[in-house]
Design a binder for this molecule. Structure first.
Ligand SMILES: Cc1cc2nc3c(=O)[nH]c(=O)nc-3n(C[C@H](O)[C@H](O)[C@H](O)COP(=O)(O)OP(=O)(O)OC[C@H]3O[C@@H](n4cnc5c(N)ncnc54)[C@H](O)[C@@H]3O)c2cc1C
Length: 414
């Protein structure tokens, strides 16, 4: 930091991610007289935005009903209910649109910049911050925070080889899943829900899916204890992935962590087809005259199951023709298709999007302003909170919403 760098600020935002930027821009636009600073420990801001969505940045989701929107958050949905009535995906679309960034919607509801480049989003945020007069310091890491008796906060910040002290009236922590900052947050009197990974693939070693990496099934139901998810499933080199699995991993994040990522998984490869219905269809296939001399493994009874997968699911029947399959084999196959048992033996990585659940306890934060209920002047936004969504743009939406609310309160209060 240069000598001319001011050491007293109205608002310091720690964390140059989407939540921090959104809050700083909103605050500075609302109240241009305020001196607003973003501190970012990395050498560049918005690192996750740049790598997000496979470099395309899945900015939000085309779900414009707050009541429905909250159902996509395994943790934090309740707290976000009111927040989404103030700033929701429609507002995100408008916000970027007003800055000449148009978003498009894909068939599954995910929204991306029309340029298909996350740079568009990062550049828009950086330019908006600059235009609003926000100062951004990269390579500046928050080391410690003390509440001052007279109000405001005293910050210890490492910048290169230097350690500086700054003062600020209001402090927003938008530090994502950073573990060191969590200790600072606890030292300020806040509680942290234990952080554990969310949104991951399942390691499954099983002969029925061996060698099938890349095969996908459009509509599958997966179940783990009381949790059920439906959607596309993808077989990978290590096990199972795809939207149905990722959603299950998010809802079961804590449970799976506690079980050290070893659990039983039930797969209905036919989506919502019941055992009885599957058995009826299998019986019909067996009874069809034209099927009598056809091999079971080469003639699937269900078009939604890829032939390569079908072959491995029916392996236990052997080289039989449809007419020769026994009643018990048909029943066993119906079970295999509608309630196949698999063993999860570990956690994989989902490179497109990875989030952590856990963070600042939500009942300690006022979701109208994102201000701490116990430390006046202290605010939180983004993934630092115990909020996480399933994959699809919901995690950024929570960062935009909580950032915007915090920025609005900071701009109005100061
Ligand atoms: C590979 C990947 C792809 C993703 N893709 C998507 C997607 O397409 N859509 C979606 O909705 N979500 C996606 N996510 C999730 C999304 O990126 C996060 O939910 C979101 O970035 C959270 O925003 P944030 O501002 O709260 O935190 P972050 O983006 O993590 O930003 C926090 C910032 O604070 C800084 N910081 C931390 N501690 C300090 C400190 N002590 N001092 C100074 N600075 C500090 C960090 O360096 C960081 O830059 C993806 C995540 C990953 C990892």
């Amino acid at each position: 930091m240069s000598d001319s760098f001011s050491l007293a600020w109205d608002v310091v935002v720690v964390g140059g991610g989407p939540a921090g930027f959104f809050a700083a821009i909103r605050c500075a636009e609302l109240n241009p007289r305020l001196k607003v600073l973003i501190l970012e420990k990395a050498q560049q801001t918005l690192g996750k935005v740049l790598i997000s969505g496979g470099g395309r940045c899945n900015v939000t989701h085309a779900c414009f009903d707050p009541a429905q929107l909250v159902t996509y958050y395994p943790r934090g949905g309740m707290a976000l209910r009111g927040a989404f009535t103030r700033f929701q995906p429609a507002d995100t679309v408008k916000w970027f649109g007003a800055r000449n960034v148009s978003l498009k919607t894909e068939a599954d509801g995910r929204m991306f910049p029309v340029t298909d480049s996350s740079e568009t989003i990062a550049n828009c945020l950086r330019e908006s911050a600059k235009a609003a007069g926000v100062t951004v310091r990269t390579g500046a890491s928050l080391l410690d925070v003390k509440k001052m008796r007279v109000g405001g906060f005293w910050l210890e910040v490492r910048s290169g080889a230097d350690v500086l002290n700054l003062q600020t009236e209001k402090l927003l922590l938008a530090t994502g899943s950073d573990t060191k900052t969590r200790e600072i947050i606890q030292s300020l009197g806040h509680s942290i829900e234990e952080p554990v990974p969310s949104l991951f693939t399942f390691n499954v070693k099983d002969a029925r899916i061996d060698g099938l990496a890349g095969v996908s099934v459009e509509n599958v139901t997966v179940r783990m204890d009381a949790l059920t998810q439906r959607g596309p499933l993808l077989i990978t080199h290590w096990g199972l992935s795809g939207p149905a699995i990722l959603r299950l991993s998010a809802w079961g994040a804590r449970e799976l962590f506690a079980k050290k990522y070893r659990a039983a998984l039930t797969v209905n490869w036919l989506g919502d087809v019941t055992f009885d219905k599957a058995l009826e269809i299998l019986q019909r296939n067996k009874d069809w005259k034209e099927n009598a001399r056809k091999k079971v493994e080469a003639h699937p009874a269900f078009s939604q199951i890829p032939v390569r997968l079908w072959k491995q699911l029916v392996q236990f029947i052997g080289d039989k023709n449809w007419a020769d399959v026994s009643k018990s084999e048909l029943r066993k196959l119906a079970v295999e298709l509608t309630a196949g048992e698999f063993k999860i033996s570990g956690k994989g990585q989902f490179k497109e999007e990875f989030v952590t659940c856990g963070g600042v306890r939500l009942d300690e934060v006022d979701f109208k302003s994102m201000q701490s209920r116990s430390v006046p002047g202290l605010f939180f936004a983004g993934e630092v909170l115990d909020i996480d969504g399933i994959t699809g743009g919901f995690n950024f939406q929570s960062a935009w919403t909580t950032g915007w609310l915090a920025g609005s309160a900071l701009g109005a209060l100061s």
